[in-house]
Design a protein around this ligand. Structure first.
Ligand code: ZN
Length: 501
């Protein structure tokens, strides 16, 4: 190990421990903590955040980092050390720009506001949440303003935190292509939506049985229960303490069979990524997924590309039917596959089908762009939201609960996150095209053998953690950087066939 880098180690270890503690609190807050805990626990989280910041932002680390960024020193670092230094420099840029008292206040605010959001969503009262959202936006504008350089826009600073390969120019290009090709396709499909009967999905499905079947699904795609746990939360998510402790949540709805199943496959895709990170990288700054976009590519690859294919269900459909014979014994596999791929304009992003999903993201992206360009006020947001749904989807939410209040992200201050869902979805299609040329993917699925798929993703993507970025990974695996065409072609092919267009 490089001598200078070695001196950095104790600081990195301490910050890692504090970050792990914060992650654990975050997990607990959303799964087990009682409702009234938030205001008090936020004090603890505030102090931990403060300590985390001090462990990294101090004169010793600053000096070491400066030396390590020196060209001569860089030559002596190995790939992993170089990536860690790069990541540290990025964190420095993020954290050092924010005065500590503002950073702490912001963390306390988001800890409270996520609870306020949950209540406002439940009560359909945007006005109760709006003051908190307003404060979060003010902080994010201020924080982005501290970091903005050259002719970059404040919103790009936020985007780059989640996916460095996709800023406004790349996203605008990608989304224009999607709007041009997919909105007309969605309209065609919508006309024929009634040809698929999906009423079976909304019958009564016992929650205990759902829990059990979803657990089976997680294991089926490769979730390792000796290194991971499953819990329940309002909004399914994945968190990890390190590659031997990866946690996912799900949410089960009595009158919706698909919701819990596909959320489970989705989160399992995230979990596989984290579990397969190299032991040498875990608990370092690059011991996690390459980016939010890359992470979503894995979850959505499992959820949609594999999980909604007939080949995936062929070996296990019988098991699902026998779990709910009263609801499914008359539903053939072919019918079920049509059902789980039924597409139509919709209001709720997390329940959206593959075809309309990206439109949900485009709406959020365009609104976030407006927020950070000061083109919309907090009070106007519900109206703008509803207008965009009318414009792109042809439908308008009747309540804010199914409109602007539906997503948790903004209540944590996560602006710039949504586009990575779309990027990930598109990356998944590109990976799929490339994997099909390298392995008999369909045969593996039909045989119920998902191991070779997991191993391929582990070796080509997962184990590298954040040492490489999205485009580098794609180039190494597929021989070319990101191209939106794979995604658009995938959707066109799939839905043209499904709906006989
Ligand atoms: Zn996800």
């Amino acid at each position: 190990m490089n001598k200078l880098f070695e001196k950095l180690q104790p600081y990195l270890e301490k910050s890692m421990a504090l970050q792990t503690a914060r992650n654990l609190f975050d997990w607990d807050d959303q799964t087990a903590a009682p409702f009234e805990a938030a205001d008090y626990t936020s004090k603890v989280i505030g102090i931990l955040s403060d300590e985390y910041m001090k462990s990294l932002i101090n004169d010793d680390v600053r000096k070491l980092l400066k030396k390590l960024q020196d060209e001569k020193e860089q030559e002596e670092l190995d790939e992993k050390e170089k990536a860690i230094v790069k990541e540290l420099a990025k964190i420095y840029e993020q954290l050092e720009s924010v005065p500590p008292e503002e950073y702490r206040a912001f963390n306390e605010l988001t800890s409270v506001s996520s609870r306020k959001w949950a209540k406002a969503k439940k009560d359909n009262r945007y006005e109760d949440y709006a003051p908190y959202l307003g404060k979060i936006i003010d902080y994010k504008k201020k924080f982005a303003g501290y970091r903005v350089k050259g002719d970059k826009k404040p919103y790009e600073v936020l985007l780059s935190d989640f996916e460095e390969c996709f800023l406004i120019k790349e996203l605008d290009e990608f989304f224009e292509q999607v709007k041009e090709e997919i909105i007309p396709l969605l309209k065609e499909v919508a006309k024929k939506a009634d040809t698929i009967d999906k009423s079976y999905n909304y019958l009564n499905y016992d929650i205990d049985k759902q829990r059990e079947f979803c657990k089976f699904l997680a294991g089926y795609v490769g979730f390792d229960f000796s290194r991971g746990v499953i819990a329940e939360s309002e909004h399914p998510f994945t968190t990890n303490l390190h590659n031997h402790d990866v946690r996912i949540t799900d949410r089960y709805m009595e009158n919706n069979l698909e919701s819990g199943m596909f959320s489970m496959i989705h989160e399992s895709g995230h979990a596989l990524y984290e579990m397969n990170i190299d032991d040498d990288l875990t608990q370092t700054l690059v011991g996690t997924g390459a980016s939010m976009g890359m992470h979503e590519s894995q979850s959505r690859f499992y959820e949609n590309i594999l999980g909604r294919s007939s080949d995936f269900w062929e070996p296990i459909y019988e098991k699902l039917v026998s779990t709910y014979p009263e609801n499914l014994s008359n539903i053939s596999l072919e019918h079920f596959i049509k059902g789980i791929n039924k597409a139509a304009p919709s209001l709720i992003r997390t329940e959206a089908d593959e075809l309309s999903y990206c439109i949900h993201i485009i709406i959020r992206y365009e609104i976030e762009k407006m927020i950070f360009a000061d083109e919309v006020t907090v009070d106007e947001l519900p109206k703008v939201w509803n207008q965009k749904y009318q414009e792109y989807m042809g439908i308008t939410p009747t309540t804010d609960t199914e409109g602007i209040l539906q997503d948790v992200h903004w209540s944590f201050g996560e602006f710039g996150y949504f586009p990575s869902y779309a990027v990930g979805t598109a990356v998944a299609s590109q990976l799929y095209a490339c994997m099909k040329s390298k392995m008999p993917l369909e045969e593996y699925l039909k045989a119920g053998n998902l191991n070779p798929i997991k191993e391929f993703l582990r070796d080509s993507i997962h184990k590298h953690g954040a040492v490489k970025n999205t485009n580098q990974l794609l180039k190494d695996v597929c021989g070319e950087e990101f191209r939106a065409e794979y995604y658009i072609n995938y959707l066109k092919e799939k839905y043209t066939k499904l709906y006989n267009l």
